[in-house]
Design a binder for this molecule. Structure first.
Ligand code: PRX
Length: 652
């Protein structure tokens, strides 16, 4: 297991407890009675059925759950449309004129789209896609900055039954091409540029480089994001392939209706890193996914009509799918969206936005909180954050110190904090406080959401207090498969125990039976809340002709949680140097994207291996962390480790 037991024991000594704040209860939260847990347990299928009934369906299901492990179907035979539930159904009554999206660009431009506006744009863009030949079941790649068109594009796909694959705008052309090819997307939607820290991200030119290698792409749709702001953005538009979004929207006549979809029809594919060099296409479907994102958004974020809700995630990640777009819009909420960096033009941008827009519910990642802490509390204190009433975190374990800072400085000691554990694969929140009910402790995601069943198991499948996190019952928003790789789906998630889902995390229970999530137990790193496979980075490194072998491990990092340390053996005759190290870092960025840039490259003549030739990552990790090197008797050449350790200490 990757987390040190001693660190864990320290964590579990955390004695601070935070009952639900009075001020929060005065706001009459959706849930203030713990009986919801027992009710859900008494008949979990009926409980989820109750949630599904809060959505609009064209046809009701015949069966709630069909579980033939690991194949699952929820709401069998039901027909609905996600876009209808997120947009069209709010057009009746006062929500019609309510802000669905309030958006601010990094340069300070603002747009507000009411549900009426959102409907008009989504229905028209759905028609654009149709006219370009996109049909139900076709895949559409979306490579956009955080602009309203990202949500519009996703909803337009859902409207006509096309399957979207959103690719985070920070990924490189190679990563984009791999994802497009795996899904065989017909269309890619991008922007000329994105704005980031005052600079421009050349999204369209990345797409140009990617689509050279993607035979399935027929059309590139380009949103003009630089126009009027960055005058001299010149994106060569290739005739017959590339079209401007605004031209297509101007020329299309009206919108199209929502396509009735089967509950089990695909909604999206989202790629996430695993233990091999190739990211997995996680497949989510329609009815169960929407039911659980709807339910968790309502109860975990306690969303009310008057809230202004801000989840800082990018739509390129699952958090952006479930808790920027689908969950809150299914609830008819007002979602705030911001395009840019938190430290532009200065480090108080997010607090200035919270004040300006009167944000009431704020959801972000521990890595961001640790950065805010480092920047100092004077910055948030310059802003009036009194509208905030609930805070959330996601993406990695939150250290109690960061939790306390968030509680005190941002939450003014009056806001509950929901530490939400879930994954791309789970689709929606799984372990979390319910804010009107759960007493919280800094550092624990507390207990499974009502209707969810989780346990901690050992390798043999016995229940233990510390071991592997396991989800022991199907849940509506679970992934259905890995895109075109059923075998990988079975192997990765369902082969550890019989009919029990293995998320890949270690966890421990405390005396209240609250879950403490300890981090990944596989070869997946969590860098600034983003999942990166060690093998992916290793493949990128050995792709450089000078590299003979590479081994990548995680190393603790004050802000990012983990940073990447790469041990590299160069080919005969190539000398190591700072220059080579920085070129290799740049190569990884070129192959994958900036999120995968190694923090440290350590050159070594040999990598420590077992006699059977397996790289001893645990040992490398010890070295990267600067810890004492453990037992090396299984090493083929124990001398290697000593040299490595000396070398590493020299570099520090
Ligand atoms: O290790 C867990 C960690 O993030 C992983 C999932 O990453 P991803 O699929 O990219 O989704 C991130 C956003 C849902 C998990 O396997 N993780 C996520 N949330 C938490 C967490 N670890 C501890 N506490 C959390 N609240």
């Amino acid at each position: 297991m990757s987390t040190e037991p001693s660190a864990l024991d320290d964590l579990l000594q955390e004695g601070r407890r935070f009952p639900v704040p009075e001020a929060f209860l005065e706001g009459a939260p959706h849930v203030s009675d713990a009986s919801v847990y027992a009710e859900a347990e008494s008949d979990f299928e009926a409980y989820w059925e109750g949630w599904a009934e809060e959505l609009d369906w064209y046809e009701r299901w015949d069966q709630v759950l069909d579980w033939q492990p690991p194949r699952v179907k929820w709401f069998v035979g039901g027909k609905l449309n996600v876009c209808h539930n997120c947009v069209d159904r709010h057009l009746k009554g006062s929500r019609r004129n309510k802000a669905a999206l309030i958006w601010e660009g990094e340069p300070g431009d603002v747009r507000v789209l009411t549900y009426h506006d959102l409907h008009r744009l989504v229905a028209k863009f759905a028609n654009v896609l149709k006219q370009l030949g996109v049909e139900k079941g076709d895949r559409v790649a979306i490579y956009l900055p955080m602009i309203p068109e990202a949500a519009i594009a996703m909803l337009a796909c859902a409207r006509i039954g096309a399957v979207h694959s959103v690719v985070f705008g920070g990924f490189s052309p190679d990563s984009l091409a791999d994802r497009i090819n795996d899904a065989e997307a017909k269309v890619v939607i991008t922007a000329d540029v994105g704005h980031r820290r005052g600079g421009l991200v050349p999204l369209k030119s990345n797409v140009d480089r990617a689509v050279v290698n993607t035979p399935s792409i027929e059309h590139v749709i380009v949103v003009a994001r630089g126009a009027g702001i960055a005058e001299d953005v010149d994106v060569g538009m290739q005739a017959g392939r590339d079209q401007w979004y605004h031209d297509l929207m101007r020329d299309v006549r009206g919108g199209v209706p929502c396509e009735p979809m089967d509950a089990e029809d695909l909604l999206y594919i989202l790629y996430t890193s695993g233990t091999t060099g190739k990211p997995k296409g996680v497949v989510h479907t329609t009815g169960g996914y929407l039911t659980q994102v709807y339910a968790t958004t309502k109860w975990v974020f306690d969303l009310k009509e008057e809230d202004r809700y801000w989840c800082t995630a990018d739509v390129g990640w699952v958090t952006g799918h479930s808790y920027v777009v689908y969950g809150p819009l299914a609830n008819g909420a007002t979602v705030f969206m911001y395009e840019g960096a938190p430290d532009w033009p200065d480090r108080s941008r997010l607090w200035q936005l919270c004040e300006k827009y009167g944000i009431t519910v704020f959801y972000t990642a521990p890595t961001a909180i640790r950065a805010f802490m480092r920047w100092g509390e004077a910055l948030p204190k310059q802003h009036n954050l009194s509208d905030l009433r609930l805070l959330g975190t996601v993406g990695e374990p939150i250290n109690p110190e960061a939790w306390m800072w968030y509680h005190r400085v941002i939450g003014g000691e009056r806001c509950p904090i929901v530490d939400t554990w879930w994954q791309t694969e789970t689709g929606a929140i799984m372990i979390t406080p319910v804010p009107g009910v759960t007493e919280t402790k800094p550092g624990t995601a507390t207990r499974p959401f009502p209707g969810i069943q989780a346990q901690i198991l050992n390798d043999d499948g016995d229940e233990v207090r510390a071991g592997y996190l396991a989800i022991t019952r199907p849940w509506p928003s679970m992934l259905r498969t890995v895109w075109r790789d059923e075998e990988r789906y079975r192997q990765t998630y369902w082969s550890k125990w019989k009919d029990v889902y293995f998320p890949g995390d270690g966890a421990k229970l405390d005396e209240d039976d609250h879950f403490w999530i300890l981090g990944r137990v596989d070869d997946v790193l969590n860098v600034a809340g983003h999942r990166i496979g060690t093998m992916e980075v290793e493949s990128a490194l050995v792709d450089d002709k000078r590299v003979a072998e590479a081994a990548v491990v995680g190393k603790s990092h004050e802000i990012k949680g983990q940073a990447i340390a790469a041990f590299v053996t160069l080919k005969e005759g190539i000398d190591s140097s700072d220059q080579v190290a920085s070129e290799l870092k740049a190569h990884v960025v070129e192959k994958i994207g900036a999120i995968a840039r190694p923090e440290a490259i350590i050159f070594t003549a040999d990598l420590p291996k077992t006699r059977s030739g397996k790289i001893m990552r645990r040992l490398l990790k010890d070295i990267a962390e600067g810890r004492a090197v453990g037992d090396t008797t299984t090493l083929a050449d124990p001398e290697v480790v000593r040299k490595l350790k000396d070398r590493y200490e020299d570099e520090e």
